[in-house]
Every structure is written in C-alpha cells, then in structure tokens.
Write a protein that binds this ligand. Sequence first.
Ligand SMILES: Cc1cc2ncn([C@H]3O[C@H](COP(=O)(O)O)[C@@H](O)[C@H]3O)c2cc1C
Ligand SMILES: O=C(O)c1cccnc1
Length: 336
Amino acid sequence: MHVPFTTLSEFRETLGQSTVPDAAAVAAAQDRNGQLTKPPGALGRLEDLAIWYAGWRGTPQPHITAPQVIVFAGNHGVCAQGVSAFPPEVTMQMVANFEHGGAAINQLSKAAGARMDVHALSLDVPTADFTQAPAMTEAEVIAALQTGWNAVDPDSDLLITGEMGIGNTTSAAAIAAALLGGDVADWTGRGTGVDDAGLARKTDAIRAGLALHDSRAPLDVLRCLGGREIAAMAGAMAAARHHRIPVILDGFICSAAALVLAEMQAGALDHAIAGHLSAEGAHEKLLNALGKEPLLRLGLRLGEGSGAALAINVLRGAVACHSGMSTFAQAGVSEG
Ligand SMILES: Cc1cc2ncn([C@H]3O[C@H](COP(=O)(O)O)[C@@H](O)[C@H]3O)c2cc1C
Ligand SMILES: O=C(O)c1cccnc1
C-alpha cells in the first residue's frame, strides 16, 4: 500500500490533512435517530455512538461487517532497568502464542467476529534503554510508523490496535508524563504486576528518561521514550483516519500512542472512542486528557487490544439498532 510519508515532517503533514466526518451523513443519521421506535434518548450513549460512526463512514445507515484487530509487538531496552515483572523473551513467546491462537486477544477477536493480524517489529533488536540513549533513531521510528500505516486494511470498517511488548507500560507512562506533565509517580503503574521495589525502579527509570530527553515535541517524545509497537499503533490510527475507519482505543499503552497524535494535531483522535478503562492506575487521567469516556470498566489490565475488542459488540449493538430499527411511520407506532 502507498505510505504517504517517508520523513517525520511528512507524517506531521499527513496528520494535518486528515479527513473529517461527513456532515450530511451526521445530519441524516440524527434525523433517522429521531424517528426510530423508542422514546427520545432511550438508547442513551448508543445513539451518539451510532451517529458518530455514521459520520465517519459517510453513510446514515451504516453496518459493521469487517472489524480488524492488529496486535503490534516490540521489545524494550529499558527492561534492563528491572521495570517489568516478566522477562523480555515473553514478548516473542506471546507472538508465537498469538500466531497459534492461544492468547486472550485471539478469543476476544473471534468472539467479536473480527479479523486479527499480528505484526512483530524487529523483536531481535530491542529499542535502546531510554535511560541511556534515545529509544529509537529517526529511521527506526519512521519505519515503525510506516509498518502501522501499512497494516491497516483500507476495506475494514473498524480498527482496534493492540500491543505486546514487555516493558511497554514504562514507555507509555514516560510518554504520558513527558506530554502531560505532573508527578512521574502519578503516571507509573504496576503493569504486569511489579512489586514496590520494581515500581520504584520504574519511576526512577522514567525520571531518568525525562531528564535525558528534554524535548517535549510529540514525535521526539515518541522516538526517545516510546517503542516500535507504540509508534506502529500511532501509524495505524493515522491510517485509519485517512481511510475513514473508526477506531476503538484499548488500554494504557494504546492510549499513550493515541496521545502522541492528539498532541501533534487537535482533533486527530476524533475518529476514536475509548473501549474500556484499564486497571493500570493512570489510564483514567490519560483518557481525561484525551477527552474520552470509556465504554467498559471491567478491571482488565492486559493490553493486546482486549478491552477494545470487547467493546466492538457494544458499538455493533449501537449501529445495529440505528440501522435496523423501524421508524414510527414504518411500524405504525404512535409518537408521543
Ligand atoms: C504473559 C503475558 C501476556 C501479556 N499480554 C499483554 N501483556 C501486557 O503486559 C506488558 C506490559 O507490562 P510491563 O510493562 O509490566 O511489562 C505488555 O506486553 C502488555 O501487552 C502481557 C504480559 C504478559 C507477561
Ligand atoms: O492498560 C493496558 O493496556 C495494560 C496494563 C497493564 C499491562 N499491560 C497493558
């Protein structure tokens, strides 16, 4: 597929030229919503979801038939600082598990009727430990953004970006702290379940990273503190916008990738909703910064795209009601 950028400034331009919802489809969907056989507003947030989806798809009576879940995997040099409860080789082992259908996201994608793709990004070349050097070179972050862009099927009608990368809650917290400020400790959670000593090492590593890499420009933050799978998620979300494919955000790591785009360009995440609230402590603060209200609160702290995949059927329900219900006139039901 054609990738419209080969440099970071071209990526910035691509984001600046992004699509907007189809105003006529929004107006027609709002009108249709007002005629459906239910008391006004009785489907609550489902009504807004359906109208939002209709606007992005450019049709007042849309259907969801081709959701795509993409799991991106990357390895993190910052694991050398003892920031995860699991060793880095788990990333590659879990990629094999995804490929054999054995992970949670395999089951949740199947249950949601979604196609699932896995993209492992240079697992044998971890990012640099960001306490010592920028995590990625410019060429590496561009390649990861391009991998993400290319992974999106333009014919899909809904996108979920998931991730696998031992150490990536450290990267995500560093990105959030760099872009949103505040106390590093407030952005740092337990990830896979680090103990108190691990949490202290994690907070120290993030503080060291923020001190070493002082640019707060979003793409510098992504390059210096991020990871390949995080950049790929950002690239995929940007591609989805280009193709008018709505996105459901997953947990803390996915939201940190989304934050990079939102900080680059106001409204860059208007085509995305928050699938769920992760149990990773700072996710709520991150979603607040993105202005997103999560659909589900199930205490998940897994990543992989799991919470977003569960939310597919909530959105599907919204769209099915909107597009399938009869109007008062069609059903011969008296309006109030
Ligand atoms: C078996 C296993 C499966 C996973 N699936 C997602 N994650 C999640 O945990 C990792 C982030 O946590 P931390 O920053 O503490 O390493 C990421 O790979 C994320 O996707 C997993 C972690 C493990 C151990
Ligand atoms: O919210 C997430 O995405 C998350 C939280 C903990 C561990 N892995 C992922």
